[in-house]
Design a protein around this ligand. Structure first.
Ligand code: BGC
Ligand code: ZN
Length: 367
């Protein structure tokens, strides 16, 4: 069957690869689920893998099947499977466990090992193909009523984890009721994070470069957020207007912005970094000033990567609530479909060149 793959380490090697069809025999334990792929989303990580800045092939293969944002329908299940049944819509988690204690208890997103296994990214093939099989523990059911949001489940899980982690670490405060959040970046993760924080009742300011109106600014207003264009107002001016933030989530892909935000966090606050910056840029910071302010203000910096089953499930619940609160707004993120695996070049072109693309995804098959 067809798959979209790259040769990791070789820039711009995206190509169509022929791979064997998976079967349930891979899971003699009876817990296997065979999924027909309907749609797969791509993001900056796929671009970085194709730029040879990131990612590795599975041992023994010289190619890596791309795709970690999956949406499909269950075709067949092993005799022990209880989580899903044929006909269910599903997505799948990305990381698979290594050997640490965290991996063993289902929190593989928190592995303490240097090596991590991620489908479509590192050491495991991804979902940009016709079918895949996996253990039911990694298959997450998508409600029928959210079918139209298909490939957003995985990005939403990463946003859900970032916010959940922030609240989790802030239990150090005994009482923490954040009022103002800054979300840096109005790409998919920025938008979905803004949604989650709005649903939690915060005042959310989402920062982006472009001047409104843009699709992102429209989506932010649609979810009662505040869109701030950095072309119109500096972060310093915003801070003068609304004060420093209790919570900042950076989702810009720019390490420069990630560090700069250390200047704009309030006392006892938390700054969350979510971007995978595969490049080699460096940035200058006022380290003495930041050091003293962070010590005197008990501030916290938190990195957040990937997501486990729990975050997929909570993300899906927030998408459902988001649809009820702000009907029709979230699906506006799904901007750029490409029809069929054969269109892999067009998929990459949109990802690299089209600045208006909030979400590029491949319509792999219909039901
Ligand atoms: C994916 C995550 C993954 C991360 C690092 C992101 O694009 O969405 O699931 O953990 O890249 O590889
Ligand atoms: Zn991703």
């Amino acid at each position: 069957m067809k798959a979209i793959a790259v040769h990791p380490g070789k820039p711009n090697s995206v190509h169509l690869q022929d791979i064997p069809e998976p079967t349930l025999d891979k899971f003699p334990c009876g817990h296997g689920v065979l999924v027909k792929v309907l749609k797969v989303g791509v993001d900056a990580t796929d671009k970085e893998i194709n730029d040879a800045l990131y990612g590795n092939s599975p041992p023994g293969d010289d190619f890596l099947v791309l795709g970690h944002e999956s949406f499909g329908v269950v075709l067949e299940v092993g005799d022990k499977v209880t989580r899903v049944k044929p006909g269910d819509y599903v997505t799948a988690t990305v990381r698979r466990p290594g050997g640490s204690i965290y991996d063993k208890i289902g929190t593989y997103d928190m592995t303490s090992e240097e090596t991590y296994y991620e489908r479509g990214i590192n050491l495991l093939h991804g979902y940009l193909t016709e079918k895949f099989v996996d253990h039911e523990d990694y298959i997450v059911r998508v409600p029928k009523g959210l079918k139209h949001l298909h490939v957003l489940m995985e990005p939403m899980s990463c946003a859900a984890k970032a916010v959940q982690q922030a609240y989790e670490v802030q239990r150090r405060m005994k009482v923490w009721s954040p009022k103002t959040a800054f979300v840096m970046g109005a790409g998919q993760i920025g938008l979905l994070t803004s949604l989650i924080l709005k649903l939690r009742g915060l005042r959310v300011l989402t920062f982006a470069r472009s001047e409104p109106p843009t699709l992102s600014s429209e989506i932010i207003s649609g979810m009662e957020g505040e869109y701030v264009s950095l072309a119109r107002e500096s972060i310093g001016d915003v801070v003068k207007r609304v004060g420093k933030a209790d919570l900042i989530v950076d989702a810009t892909g720019s390490s420069n912005v990630a560090f700069d935000m250390m200047n704009h966090l309030g006392h006892n606050g938390v700054l969350v970094w979510t971007s995978i910056t595969g490049g080699s840029r460096s940035t200058e910071i006022h380290s003495d000033r930041i050091n003293i302010e962070w010590v005197l203000g008990n501030k916290l910096l938190l990195g957040s990567v990937n997501a486990n089953r729990e975050h997929f499930e909570s993300g899906i619940k927030d998408l459902a609530l988001g649809e009820v609160m702000y009907p029709g707004v979230i699906s506006k993120i799904l901007t750029h479909p490409v029809d069929g695996l054969d269109q892999y070049r067009e998929m990459m072109r949109l990802l690299v060149e089209d600045r208006s693309a909030l979400k590029v995804y491949v319509n792999v098959a219909s039901e």
